[in-house]
Write a protein that binds this ligand. Structure first.
Ligand code: AMP
Length: 190
């Protein structure tokens, strides 16, 4: 099982690229953001619990994440791997994830980061806000999500670099150009 973490700041294009990668390599695409948005839409207990935090651009509490992940992974049997989009986002989540994978005799195979210019990212997110009407895409919330990324998520770079699992791909250009950058790196590890 190939366990690929797609990494990068909010708006770096992870969702778009994850869908393409999942299709090309027969991976299941696990987006924790999509899971939460669906729970909110369906007004489930979990959805109601996380809605406010998400709308502020903060992170959902770590202790909720691993059970959600485990449940999502368990839904797939006929795949060659998983692509994790938006998870892990904190050191605690990375540690919990490691334990979960170890319990299944697996490990993180590769952490692939999309490198983008941050101002470009903010512009992209504002456009997406207009198109999709996401409540966490107002300018203040976007800036907060960037701060959250820098303080809570970027420490994962050092963690995975120390494990020799961290690679960076250029995340600017057309969607197809970016995909090619990613495929080249995945092919080296797959
Ligand atoms: P995303 O679509 O990945 O940008 O996620 C949207 C929002 O869902 C984030 O801003 C967080 O509030 C929440 N979220 C998604 N994934 C996680 C995670 N791994 N840990 C905590 N919160 C998350």
């Amino acid at each position: 099982m190939f366990n690929l973490i797609l990494f990068g700041p909010p708006g770096s294009g992870k969702g778009t690229q994850a869908v393409k990668i999942a299709e090309k390599y027969n991976f299941a695409h696990i987006s924790t953001g999509d899971i939460f948005r669906s729970e909110i839409k369906n007004k489930t207990e979990l959805g109601l619990k996380v809605q406010e935090v998400i709308e502020k651009g903060e992170l959902v509490p770590d202790e909720l994440l691993v059970a959600i992940l485990d449940n999502a992974i368990g839904k797939y049997s006929d795949v060659d791997g998983f692509i994790f989009d938006g998870f892990p986002r904190t050191l605690r989540q990375a540690g919990d994830f490691d334990s979960l994978l170890t319990s299944k005799s697996q490990s993180v195979s590769l952490v692939l980061a999309l490198q983008v210019d941050e101002e470009e990212v903010i512009k992209r997110l504002l456009i997406r806000a207009q198109l999709q009407g996401r409540k966490d895409d107002t300018e203040d919330v976007i800036r907060n999500r960037m701060v959250v990324y820098h303080t809570q998520t970027s420490p994962l770079i050092d963690l995975y670099t120390a494990q020799n699992k961290y690679e960076v791909a250029c995340g600017s250009g057309t969607i197809d150009e970016i995909s090619e950058n990613l495929y080249k790196i995945i092919d080296k590890h797959f």
